[in-house]
Write a protein that binds this ligand. Structure first.
Ligand code: NAD
Ligand code: DAU
Length: 379
């Protein structure tokens, strides 16, 4: 395996920290630079176990700082960029869309332009280089629950890969599904995806884009559904279910996403797009009940006794009804498949949060707690 100098942006965040850990441990011959601004969502405690490894370095930087990133590209002779840094929470994007446009659109453009200038200055130019952009299924918009007549969802249906869907409808997001983002978050991610592809089409930069479904697992910031609810159940706080809890999301265990990113970084086709997901759709209210039962059982409470914490609140503005990813292309072309069944992944996740109360307490005290209270009390 040849030596590579790789920047992973957003490596102190949820998914980024799993990607950094995987690359640092699996590729001792690579130099892995974790570039992160450490916003409210970035936490170096996520990487405690690898921070002393000789092939790992942390650089605190804003992806919008074009000059600083140009310098880093040159000094570290970067040949690969795995770009995860972003503002990632839909509710925050509804309150403050400008921050999302700045980081997700301008930040991505800044990285692309710096990479272009550096790589084009080299004798070999783009040979052996890659800009890998991590995106979301939300850019495709929302699907409906158009299940076949006479069949009550969730139902099992055959995917084009020959696998099966645990599905709430007949339609899925494919790589060629037309972009139709609805939230400021997904609009900013869609825009960044277009810029990445434009840099390939215009300048010949080797790029790849992946669009992934909802991730869950350890180290997720407790503003997102699953860790927020685990935290609230532990402390017997209300569980704010948006609308009727009928919205459907397609859940993937985060380590399976990190494995897909590793595979695509090394074997993905340049200029291509891959969807990542595990055919695992759940209605919010059903997943919430699974989480309540699991927390109760592991805390040795009576299983289900915390169901009365469920509190229906005003719906999220523009709340997308259903996401469902078809990842057959990735499965067929590169042989990826998820290792975790949902039951196993959720058990592992809940156990991790219960065993890492200190991690959670450090995050949920202070600024974040106040922000959360203001969001929740405004409903
Ligand atoms: P996260 O919010 O947990 O982490 C984002 C990280 O980016 C944080 O460490 C933060 O400090 C850093 N960051 C934010 N703005 C920055 C800036 N201007 N400069 C440098 N660093 C900055 O996000 P996540 O859930 O881990 O998502 C990572 C990526 O994966 C995002 O691009 C997101 O759109 C995408 N994605 C997430 C999911 C999911 O379910 N979480 C699914 C599909 C795709
Ligand atoms: O689909 C991929 C996307 O998944 C990623 O691109 C985003 O970065 C990530 O945040 C996630 O977006 P969602 O909006 O789907 O995730 P969230 O955890 O915020 O919400 C999941 C569902 O639960 C959604 O239908 C809204 C609902 N919800 C969420 C919260 C935080 C509630 O009912 N109550 C809540 O308190």
């Amino acid at each position: 395996m040849s030596k590579r100098n790789i920047v992973i942006t957003g490596g102190a965040g949820f998914i980024g920290s799993h990607v950094v850990r995987l690359f640092v441990n699996k590729y001792p011959e690579y130099n892995i630079i974790n570039l992160d601004k450490l916003t409210y969502a970035g936490n170096l405690a996520n990487l405690k176990d690898i921070e002393d490894k000789p092939n790992y370095k942390f650089v605190k930087m804003d992806i919008c700082d074009f000059e600083a990133f140009c310098k880093l590209m040159q000094e570290e002779r970067i040949d690969g960029i795995i770009h995860l840094a972003a503002e990632s929470h839909v509710d925050r994007s509804i309150k403050d869309p400008f921050t999302f446009a700045r980081t997700n659109v301008m930040g991505t453009l800044s990285l692309l332009q710096a990479a272009k200038l550096y790589w084009e200055s080299l004798p070999e130019k783009y040979v052996g280089k890659l800009f890998y952009h991590i995106s979301t299924d939300e850019v495709y918009g929302a699907l409906t629950m158009n299940h076949p007549e006479g069949i009550e969802p969730p139902f099992t249906t055959t995917a084009s890969s020959g696998g099966y869907h645990h599905a709430y409808g007949k339609d899925f997001f494919y790589e060629d599904t037309k972009y139709n983002p609805h939230s400021p978050y997904s609009a900013s991610k869609a825009s960044s995806d277009h810029f990445v592809r434009a840099f390939h089409d215009t300048y010949g930069m080797p790029t790849v884009v992946t669009n992934c479904s909802n991730n869950y697992g350890p180290y997720q910031f407790p503003e997102k559904l699953i860790p927020l609810f685990i935290h609230n159940i532990c402390h017997r706080k209300p569980l704010p279910v948006y609308g009727k809890g009928e919205n459907v999301r397609d859940w993937l265990f985060v380590e399976d996403h990190a494995r897909a990113i590793d595979l695509i970084f090394h074997q993905g086709k340049v200029a291509d797009t891959y969807n990542i997901g595990s055919f695992n759709e759940w209605k919010n209210i059903d997943i919430i009940k699974v989480v309540i039962r699991t927390v109760d059982r592991l805390l040795e409470r009576r299983e289900g006794e915390d169901m009365d914490l469920i509190t229906y609140v005003t719906d999220r503005l523009g709340h997308d009804a259903r996401y469902a990813i078809d990842s057959s292309k990735l499965q067929k072309e590169l042989g990826w498949e998820p290792l975790y069944q949902f039951e196993e992944g959720i058990e592992k996740t809940v156990r991790w949060y219960l065993e890492n109360q200190e991690w959670m307490d450090n995050i949920t005290s202070g600024e974040y707690e106040r922000y959360y209270d203001s969001m929740y009390n405004n409903r």
